[in-house]
Design a protein around this ligand. Structure first.
Ligand code: NDP
Length: 368
């Protein structure tokens, strides 16, 4: 499917509340209105693979701009400075990062570091008086999530988690189908995400930086989808680790994990996440029909179908959509929606800790 302007999708599909739209617009074609006001200045922290993808998304964003960077590598700083026209005054390293407090040209810090560094940099950003977007998983422990939320509250700044699928049209549709019970009560969800890993030096394989294996990294999306499709919180979990398929790679984190969640309304979700092979799918069976996406969790293009036929939505730039969804609200001084806040990240982390406990002990863990 042709990649359409994310902007036209937002307007045509009503993915944002256009009625409350108060920012300055100039009139072009009705569906191609362009925002002409101040953009939110974003600084990315940690210039790795995903920061590069976010930087691309920011080039397409109407409400946000890549304005600053924080990196441990001067050569990267130089390359990014040239590529994105970033002034020296908006370039930081991990040591002088706190001085961003005095920089009026940075509004938001976007933390794109290894998982166990999220808490420290979110808290430092909040103390510097900046709004924070923090990548998933929010942190590597419930305690860190709580500290991050508290730091942002104390500093009176907002905290968002990089849950990009809340801006992605196929996922918005399965959320609607489930929560509005379009096919009746959802009874069974199967959701899996995985890929094959191979580099033993990768931080994701080292628990001190990752906090865990594929569950922390990609299983969190399966957990999220089961929660946003049912619109409910799980009441209990059972879980099992998969076999150690490579003793060198999987010394510190699981190679695979499988878990089962029970929800109040009667839905059961069976999920897997793995570093052994590629898998990217969501399936739900409800009383009067079924719906599924495959692929539907990664970056697309996605494919979906329901008992009524195929789903067709635009293939959008998810990062641009996410940045604009968040950016527009921050520019308007509006609260961010619950499903992307730190509280949401904390809910996921509590369930992740319970999944690991269930897998370790072999017991069913209650979540109520
Ligand atoms: P990378 O390894 O590609 O990049 C991480 C960057 O963090 C490095 O390039 C480095 O930047 C910085 N860093 C600082 N200290 C360390 C350290 N001790 N070890 C390694 N890197 C360090 O990771 P990703 O970009 O893939 O992931 C970063 C975060 O983004 C993770 O939390 C991940 O879960 C999340 N993510 C989210 C995705 C999504 O779709 N929402 C997709 C992919 C990742 P520098 O050299 O500039 O200092």
């Amino acid at each position: 499917m042709k990649k359409v302007s994310r902007r036209s999708f937002l307007f045509s599909a009503g993915a944002v509340t256009t009625a409350a739209f108060t920012l300055p617009l100039i009139s072009m074609h009705e569906n191609e209105k362009k925002y002409t006001g101040k953009k939110l200045n974003i600084a990315l922290v940690g210039l790795g693979r995903y920061a590069g993808i976010l930087a691309d998304g920011l080039q397409e964003s109407e409400y946000c701009k890549l304005a600053g960077i924080v990196t441990g590598h001067p050569a990267k700083a130089e390359a990014w400075k040239k590529q994105y026209n970033i002034p020296d005054s908006n370039i930081y390293n991990y040591e002088n990062f706190d001085s961003v407090a005095g920089n009026k040209n940075i509004d938001v810090i976007y933390v794109v570091l290894p998982n166990s560094m999220h808490a420290e940099y979110t808290i430092r950003a909040a103390k510097a008086g900046k709004h924070v977007i923090c990548e998933k998983p929010m942190a590597t422990s419930v305690q860190d999530c709580e500290d991050m939320i508290q730091a942002c509250k104390d500093a009176n700044v907002q905290l968002a988690i990089g849950y990009r699928l809340h801006y992605e049209p196929y996922n918005l549709e399965i959320k609607r189908l489930g929560q509005e019970k379009v096919f009746g009560q959802v009874r069974l969800i199967e959701s899996s995400l995985g890929y094959k890993t191979g580099d033993p030096t990768e931080w994701r394989l080292h628990k001190a930086l990752s906090g865990g294996g594929p569950l922390m990294n990609v299983g969190i999306y399966c957990l999220q989808s089961s929660r946003y499709v049912t619109g409910e919180e799980p009441i209990s979990v059972t879980a099992q680790f998969g076999p150690v398929t490579n003793a060198e790679l999987f010394k510190e984190v699981e190679a695979s994990i499988f878990w089962q969640l029970e929800f109040h309304g009667g839905a059961v979700c069976n999920s897997s996440s793995t570093y052994n092979c590629g898998v990217d799918r969501f399936f739900a069976s409800a009383d009067d029909g079924q719906f599924e996406l495959s692929p539907g969790i990664s970056y697309g293009p996605f494919k979906g179908k329901t008992s009524n036929g195929e789903l067709h939505f635009p293939d959008i730039n998810q990062q641009a959509a996410q940045m604009d969804g968040i950016g527009k609200l921050l520019l308007e001084n509006q609260p961010l929606p619950n499903h992307i806040t730190g509280e949401e990240g904390l809910k996921d982390m509590k369930i992740i800790e319970a999944i690991y406990e269930a897998a370790r002990t072999g017991k069913k863990i209650s979540l109520v």
